[in-house]
Write a protein of this length. Structure first.
Length: 427
C-alpha cells in the first residue's frame, strides 16, 4: 500500500538524494588535531578554553586549528553564533595550505551563501579542488551538480562517476546513493548484488536508511541469501536511530511470526514507536489492534483516531474507512469535503470501492449507499486465529471464516510490501 502521491514525491527525493544525504550527515570534523587539550575542552563544553587554544594554534599557522576555529565561529562556540566573515577568513587561510576540508568548507560558503552571495559555479570549483585533494564529501557535491544540472546540462553519467568515486573513497552517503541507484536501475543498470555491497558499506558506517535497506534485502533474499537473523539485526540498527519504516518492519515481523515467534506485545511496541515517527501504516496496524481488541481492551474511540491519522498520511485502507466514516457521520463527524479527500487518497492507490464511491459523489447529487457493517465478531476471531497461527491464510478459502482469514493475511502482507517499496525508494 503506497502513500498518496508517494511515488512522485519519492522520485523527486531520489533525484536529489546525494545532496540531501550529504546535508543530513553534515561535513566531518577536521581530519587532525593540534592539541589534546582542545578536544578535552570541547568535550567539557568549555568553549572559552577551546577557543583560546584554537586561536593560538591558528595564528601560528596550524591548518587543522584554523578549520576548527572557523567551525567555532559558525556554531557560536565561545563567540557570537554565525560569525561567517571570521569563519570564512580562517577557512581561506587553511585552504591556502591545501587543507582538503577547508577547501570544501569554502565551497559550502559559496554554495549556500553563508555571509556572501550564493555562487554555485564558484562553489563547484572549490568542490572540484577539494575532490582532487581526496575529500570524499566534496565529490558528492560535484556529482550532485551534474545530476541536477546546476552549472550546465544535466549529465547523469558524470554524476554516477562522481558518486562512485566518492563511495570508493569511503563516503557513506555516496555508498548509500550507489546502492540506491543499483537497486532502482534508473541511472545505471540494475544490479542487486552490487547494490547490497554498497549498502552494507554505508550501513556499517551508521547510515540508518542503508541499514533498513540491508535488512530488507536479507529479509527477502534480494542480492543476498535470505537470512532473517541478519534482517532483524539491520532493521534493529535502523530502528535504534528511530527510522519509522524499520520500526514498522520489525512490528510486522513479530506480528506475523516471520523468523521469530509471533508476539503481539512486541509487535504493538514497535508499532507504537513507529507511530511516534508519524508512519501511516503503523497508525493503521495499531488502529486494527485497538479496534478489535487484539491483546488489548477494545477502544473504538482510540481506534478511529488512529485510523484518521493513518488516512491523513495517505494509507489506502484507512483512507477508505475514514472517507466512508466522514461521509455518513459515523463514527467520525460528517464532513463531505474530508470524505472526498480521503476517498481520493484510496482511489488513487487502486481501491475499487473508493473509486466507485468517489464517482458517485462527484458526478451526482444522489446520496451514496451506506457502507455495509464491518464484520465485527468474525473479524476478531480471524485476527486472533492468525496471531496464533501465523502461517495460516495461504490455502484456497472454502468458508466465510477462511475467506476472512485470507483477507486479513493479505492486508498484513500488503503492509510489508509497502515497507519494502518504501525502503527501496527511500531517499
Amino acid at each position: 500500500m503506497i502513500l498518496h502521491d508517494f511515488t512522485s514525491r519519492c522520485r523527486a527525493a531520489f533525484l536529489a538524494m546525494p545532496l540531501a544525504a550529504a546535508l543530513a550527515a553534515g561535513p566531518a570534523l577536521a581530519s587532525g588535531t593540534f592539541d589534546p587539550a582542545y578536544a578535552e575542552a570541547m568535550a567539557a563544553e568549555d568553549y572559552a578554553t577551546a577557543l583560546s587554544l584554537a586561536q593560538d594554534a591558528a595564528e601560528r599557522g596550524n591548518a587543522d586549528a584554523q578549520v576548527l576555529l572557523a567551525k567555532m565561529y559558525v556554531r557560536g562556540q565561545g563567540v557570537p553564533r554565525g560569525s561567517f566573515a571570521e569563519a570564512l577568513d580562517w577557512h581561506l587561510r587553511a585552504a591556502a595550505q591545501d587543507h582538503p576540508e577547508a577547501v570544501f568548507e569554502v565551497g559550502l560558503f559559496h554554495y549556500f551563501g553563508r555571509g556572501i552571495p550564493t555562487d554555485r559555479t564558484e562553489a563547484i570549483g572549490w568542490f572540484e579542488r577539494a575532490s582532487d585533494l581526496g575529500y570524499a564529501r566534496a565529490m558528492v557535491y560535484v556529482g550532485n551538480s551534474f545530476l541536477l544540472g546546476e552549472i550546465g546540462a544535466r549529465d547523469t553519467d558524470q554524476a554516477v562517476k562522481w558518486f562512485e568515486r566518492a563511495a570508493e573513497a569511503g563516503d557513506s552517503a555516496a555508498q548509500a546513493a550507489m546502492g540506491q541507484y543499483l537497486l532502482e536501475g534508473k541511472l545505471i543498470a540494475r544490479d542487486h548484488a552490487k547494490a547490497a555491497e554498497w549498502l552494507i558499506m554505508a550501513a556499517e558506517q551508521g547510515e540508518a536508511r542503508a541499514q533498513a535497506k540491508v535488512g530488507y534485502l536479507y529479509h527477502y533474499g534480494i542480492g543476498l541469501e535470505r537470512d532473517m537473523d541478519q534482517a532483524i539485526h539491520w532493521y534493529r540498527q535502523a530502528a535504534e536511530q528511530k527510522l519509522g519504516l524499520a520500526l514498522l518492519a520489525l512490528g510486522m515481523i513479530h506480528l506475523q511470526g516471520d523468523g521469530v515467534p509471533a508476539d503481539m506485545d512486541i509487535a504493538r511496541g514497535y508499532f507504537e514507536r513507529a507511530v511516534e515517527r508519524r508512519d501511516s501504516n503503523a497508525f493503521y496496524q495499531l488502529a486494527l489492534i485497538h479496534d478489535h481488541g487484539i491483546g488489548v481492551r477494545p477502544d473504538r474511540r482510540l481506534a478511529w483516531e488512529l485510523y484518521e491519522n493513518a488516512a491523513k498520511g495517505g494509507q489506502r485502507d484507512a483512507s477508505w474507512l475514514a472517507g466512508m466514516a466522514h461521509l455518513h457521520g459515523d463514527p467520525l463527524p460528517k464532513d463531505r469535503k474530508l470524505a472526498i479527500r480521503y476517498l481520493g487518497y484510496a482511489a488513487d492507490q487502486g481501491h475499487a470501492d473508493a473509486a466507485r464511491e468517489l464517482r458517485k459523489l462527484t458526478s451526482t447529487a444522489k446520496k451514496p449507499k451506506r457502507q455495509a457493517p464491518r464484520e465485527g465478531e468474525m473479524l476478531l476471531k480471524v485476527l486472533t486465529f492468525l496471531f496464533a497461527n501465523p502461517n495460516a491464510g495461504r490455502e484456497t478459502p472454502t468458508s466465510d471464516f477462511e475467506r476472512q482469514q485470507k483477507h486479513i493475511k493479505s492486508q498484513m502482507d500488503s503492509t510489508m510490501a509497502h515497507v519494502g517499496a518504501s525502503l527501496l525508494l527511500l531517499p
